[in-house]
Design a protein around this ligand. Sequence first.
Ligand code: FES
Ligand SMILES: [Fe+2]
Length: 452
Amino acid sequence: MSTDSSKEALYAASATPKYKKVRRVTPAESPVTPVDKTPDPELGHAPIAKERYTSAQFMQLEWERMWTKVWLLGGWERDLAEPGDYVATHLGKESVLIVRQRDGSLKAFYNVCLHRGNRLRPEGTGSGDSFKCQYHHWEYDLDGSFLRIPDLDTFVQGPPPCKGIRSLPCEAWGGFVWFSLNPEAGPLSEYLDPVDKHLAPYNFAKMAMTRDITVEWDCNWKASVDAFNESYHVQGIHPQLMWYLHDLDLQIDTYERHNRYLIPFGTLSPRVRKPNTIPDPIKVIMKAAGMDPADYDEPIENIRRDVQKWKRKHGAAQGKDYSGLNDDQLTDDYHYLIFPNVTLNTHADDLMLFRQRPHETDPNRMYYDIWTFELIADGAPWPDRPRHQHVQHGDKSIGLVLDQDAHNLPGVQAGMHSAGFDGLWLGQQELRIRHFHKVLDDYLAGGPTAQT
Ligand code: FES
Ligand SMILES: [Fe+2]
């Protein structure tokens, strides 16, 4: 679980809980209004084998049967606004170039020169009229076709028989560009279903990027996915959030590939005693909506609903279109995993997106991308796009909550190698993790899900 970095001050304000915790004795019903609840799948209770996180053989199997079959997030579509704009993104041992074409369409290619295998572009975004390899200057047009091969007459065999760099499936959705390493991939909308329908009302296209950071983490990519797919750890490593959100008995929904849970924000965890005053983090939510906490004299448990009503009433005047969102979506975190590696903390006014990428060769390492976005009110100026930062695990704070999430991961990965540990012992609060492994198993087995 995580929260928007732009609100770090909010969480820092309550980093040391001032109030008392209570022991949970009975299940506490979530204040969420159930919406399209799926029945919990029958996935058993067996431990999840630790080798899935540590084994180079398993990593190779994942590559062959999963990473090269699924649709994957490639970049932010606004980085590809004009013809010639491109993003180069690495995934494991591959790198992919996604390019805006002169006719406005998008194309994706393996980011590799057909002469001697040089990477055409380093990771990142850029723009140009063509792609000239820096080694011997073979040059490719925006559509990947050969433009120029110096001294072509010295190649007795002629140029490579293909027309240019090899293309890959590529589509846009939700303000993002997606690609697949599977030439036979079906339509992206089929793959994303039903998440694309659920998230359509959020207007991601009206959100500006506010952070773009890659952190090299010392753990398997799945350990990071797991860290954001359960609320059980809130009481363990994010104690301050218990005066901000409801972490128990969440609605969990599992789909063919993807899953989600719904976390009420702006309320108290049932694990804590009700304080006499409004906790500071909840005041921040009220102020962001335009409410004055000093004027509020209702019980704390009414705040969440009142914030929802306030935003419903005043959103349009604030230049924000909430018309497609239900009431809970005005306060809560609708938290999705798009299989295999995209975590979305979706809120009415912002989006916090994480992309978990495997290391090229080492199952004990990964790349963790943080992209955050803020809804820009109609008529308000857009901030400049943030510069991309690439840092190592622990080198730099990525905000209190994410630092808390990151802190354990090297220890978890080291512990997975211990003879004293057999595998993950998951509870019902961790159902999304079990579902994630089930979907992964479907791909490894080459089952029906793996066909698109
Ligand atoms: S490797 Fe690209 S031109 Fe030689
Ligand atoms: Fe967390």
